[in-house]
Design a protein around this ligand. Structure first.
Ligand code: DON
Length: 305
C-alpha cells in the first residue's frame, strides 16, 4: 500500500502547478503550493502514508463534517434538519444567492458556508469558550490526536476578512434562520475552520465514518450508524460543492474538501483517506488531491456506485 501511495503522489505532483493556494483568507496564502500527501487508515487500524502526509494544515471546510456530527449529537437530526436542508446547490460554497431567491426558509445543506454557520449555531455549551472546547474535544476523540487545536493566526485572519460569511450570517439572522449573537456564532465558525490537522487526522475521521460510527482503534461508538450514514450521504451530494457531481462520477467516494487543501474521504466499510495539496482549482478543491483520489479509486475499485 505504501508503494502505491508513493507512486500516486509522484504521478500527480505536477498537477499542483495548475492550481493556486487560497488567498482570500490571507494567512492561507503562506502555504506551499507544491505540497502533496496522502494517508489511508484501514478499519483494522492499519495506517499508510506518503508525501507530505504528516504536515499540518488548516482543515477549513472539512470541519463542517465534524460540526454536523456534533450538532446532531447535541440536538438530534430532526432539529438540525429543521434549520438546514439536505439538497446540493450547484452554487459556489460561499454563495448568497440561494438563500435569498431559492429558499428563504433555510440554507440548502450543512456543507456550504451558510448551512455550516447555521449548523455551528446549534453546537451546545453555555459560553463560546465551552462550545469551541467541546468541538475540539470531539475532534481529538475522532482523530485519536490529543494535540488537535486551532491556529490563532488563521482564525484572526478570517475574522478580520470574513465579511462574506458575516453577510450570510446577518442575512440568516434577519430571516430568523439563526438564533443568538451573530458575531459569537461567526467567531465559533472561524475558530472551527482554523482547526489544524494532517492527512492522518482527517483519514482517521474518515475511518470512523466508514466504520459506521465506531472508532476503529478503540471500539468506542461515537455516532450512531444512522448519523454516519447521513454524514456520508451529504458528503456525496454536497461535500465537493458545485463539483460534487463530477467527483461522484469520476471517484465515487463520500468526501469533503477544504480551502486549506485537504480532502477527507470515507469509503464505507473499507477505509478513511486524507489528502493534502493546497493548490486549489477554481471551485476551491485541491487540484492534485482530486487526481490522487481518482487514481486511488480506480486502482482499488473504491467507487460506491
Ligand atoms: O468560510 C470560509 O470561506 C472558509 N473558512 C472555509 C471555506 C472552505 O473551506 C470551502 N472549501 N472548499
Amino acid at each position: 500500500m505504501e508503494n502505491l501511495l508513493t507512486s500516486l503522489v509522484n504521478n500527480n505532483i505536477s498537477y499542483t502547478k495548475d492550481g493556486n493556494v487560497a488567498s482570500y483568507i490571507p494567512e492561507l496564502s503562506k502555504t506551499n503550493p507544491s505540497d502533496l500527501g496522502i494517508c489511508v487508515v484501514n478499519l483494522d487500524g492499519k495506517e499508510y502514508g506518503a508525501g507530505d502526509f504528516e504536515k499540518n494544515f488548516s482543515i477549513q471546510s472539512i470541519s463542517k463534517v465534524i460540526s454536523l456530527m456534533l450538532a446532531i449529537l447535541d440536538n438530534g437530526q430532526r432539529e438540525v434538519f429543521s434549520k438546514v436542508g439536505m439538497e446540493p446547490t450547484g452554487d459556489s460554497f460561499n454563495s448568497i444567492v440561494s438563500l435569498e431567491v431559492k429558499n428563504p426558509h433555510k440554507p440548502f445543506n450543512p456543507m456550504i458556508n451558510a448551512g455550516a454557520i447555521a449548523t455551528t449555531a446549534l453546537i451546545g455549551g453555555n459560553t463560546l469558550e465551552e462550545k469551541i472546547e467541546r468541538l475540539l474535544e470531539f475532534t481529538r476523540k475522532i482523530t485519536g490526536n490529543d494535540n488537535i487545536t486551532y491556529n490563532k493566526d488563521v482564525y484572526l485572519s478570517e475574522k478580520q476578512t470574513g465579511n462574506r460569511n458575516r453577510a450570510l450570517a446577518y442575512f440568516m439572522k434577519s430571516n430568523g434562520l439563526i438564533d443568538g449573537d451573530v458575531e459569537e456564532i461567526l467567531d465559533l465558525y472561524f475558530r472551527q475552520c482554523s482547526i489544524e490537522g494532517n492527512c492522518r487526522d482527517i483519514a482517521r475521521i474518515g475511518a470512523v465514518v466508514a466504520n459506521d460510527g465506531i472508532i476503529p482503534w478503540s471500539g468506542e461508538r461515537v455516532i450512531s450508524r444512522e448519523v454516519s450514514r447521513i454524514v456520508k450521504t451529504i458528503m456525496v451530494t454536497c461535500g465537493m460543492y458545485d463539483a460534487s457531481g463530477e467527483f461522484a462520477v469520476h471517484i465515487g467516494i463520500p468526501a469533503k474538501s477544504g480551502v486549506g487543501g485537504g480532502i477527507l474521504a470515507s469509503v464505507p466499510r473499507r477505509m478513511g483517506i486524507g489528502v493534502y495539496g493546497p493548490a486549489l482549482d477554481s471551485k476551491g478543491n485541491s487540484i492534485a488531491g482530486i487526481q490522487v483520489l481518482q487514481e486511488l479509486s480506480k486502482e482499488l475499485d473504491l467507487s460506491i456506485f
